[in-house]
Design a protein around this ligand. Structure first.
Ligand SMILES: NC(=O)c1ccc[n+]([C@@H]2O[C@H](COP(=O)([O-])OP(=O)(O)OC[C@H]3O[C@@H](n4cnc5c(N)ncnc54)[C@H](OP(=O)(O)O)[C@@H]3O)[C@@H](O)[C@H]2O)c1
Length: 195
C-alpha cells in the first residue's frame, strides 16, 4: 500500500481519489475503525482499502486529513521515523501556533517524519476532481524541509495530473499555503506555453 490516509472525510476522500488517479494503492483510516469504511472503500473501487490508523501510518506516504483539534490524538503513539507525512490540515486555531506555521506544529507531533504541506489550498471537491481543465492542468502547491520527501509528493500529484509548485521550506512555504496566507483557496490552471 503506497498512501495511507488518516481521516476519511471530505479532504481524505479527495486525497484518495487523487492517489488512485495517480495509480497508487491507498488505505483509509478513521477513529471508528475499518468496518465503518467498508461502503466508502467499495465506492472508491480498485486500489482502495480500509485499515486501522496504525496500519495507514505504515504507508510510504501518510496523509493527515483530520480536523486540527484532533490531529494530536490521531498521530499520538505511532512510529513516524522516516515517514513522508502530507499535512493537509487548514482549520488551526492561531493561538495554538506560537509564531510557527501550522505544519511546523504538526511536524513536532510526528517526530522523525518528513512533513510536506500540500493539498490544503484547494477545496475538497476541486482537489478530488480531474486536474485537467480548460486545456491545462491544475496547480498544487507544496512545501517542506526534506528534498526527497518533496520529490515523492511531487511525483504523486504529477502522476495524478497536477502541476506541482514547490514553495520552499515549511516556514516560508507553509505560511503562504496555510489559512490567512496569499495562496489559501487559490485555484490556478497552468496552460501550455504558447509557441
Ligand atoms: N473540506 C475541505 O474542503 C478542506 C480543504 C482543505 C483542507 N481541509 C482540512 O482537512 C482536514 C479534514 O477536513 P475535512 O473537511 O475532511 O473534515 P471531515 O469531513 O469532518 O472529516 C474528518 C475525518 O477525520 C476523521 N477523524 C477525526 N478524528 C480522528 C482521529 N482521532 N483519528 C483518525 N481519524 C479521525 C473523521 O472520522 P471519525 O470521526 O469517524 O474518526 C473523518 O473521517 C481539516 O484539517 C481541514 O482544515 C479541508
Amino acid at each position: 500500500m503506497d498512501v495511507g490516509i488518516i481521516g476519511a472525510g471530505r479532504l481524505g476522500q479527495a486525497m484518495a481519489r487523487t492517489a488512485l488517479r495517480a495509480g497508487r494503492q491507498i488505505m483509509m483510516a478513521n477513529s471508528r475503525g475499518p468496518e465503518s469504511l467498508a461502503s466508502l472503500v467499495s465506492t472508491l473501487g480498485e486500489g482502495a482499502s480500509a485499515g486501522t490508523v496504525d496500519e495507514a501510518a505504515g504507508a510510504d506516504i501518510v496523509v493527515i486529513a483530520v480536523p486540527w483539534p484532533r490531529v494530536g490524538e490521531a498521530v499520538e503513539g505511532l512510529r513516524w521515523e522516516g515517514r513522508i507525512v502530507i499535512d493537509a490540515t487548514n482549520d488551526f486555531d492561531p493561538s495554538d501556533l506560537n509564531g510557527w506555521t501550522s505544519s511546523q506544529v504538526l511536524a513536532d507531533l510526528v517526530p522523525g517524519a518528513r512533513v510536506v504541506k500540500a493539498a490544503n489550498t484547494l477545496g475538497a471537491a476541486v482537489l478530488g476532481a480531474d486536474p485537467h481543465e480548460g486545456g491545462g492542468r491544475r496547480v498544487i502547491f507544496l512545501s517542506g524541509d526534506d528534498a526527497e520527501a518533496k520529490s515523492e509528493v511531487t511525483a504523486l500529484f504529477e502522476d495524478a495530473g497536477f502541476v506541482a509548485i514547490d514553495l520552499g521550506g515549511l516556514v516560508t512555504g507553509g505560511a503562504m499555503q496555510q489559512l490567512g496566507g496569499p495562496l489559501a483557496g487559490v485555484n490556478l490552471i497552468q496552460l501550455p506555453q504558447a509557441t
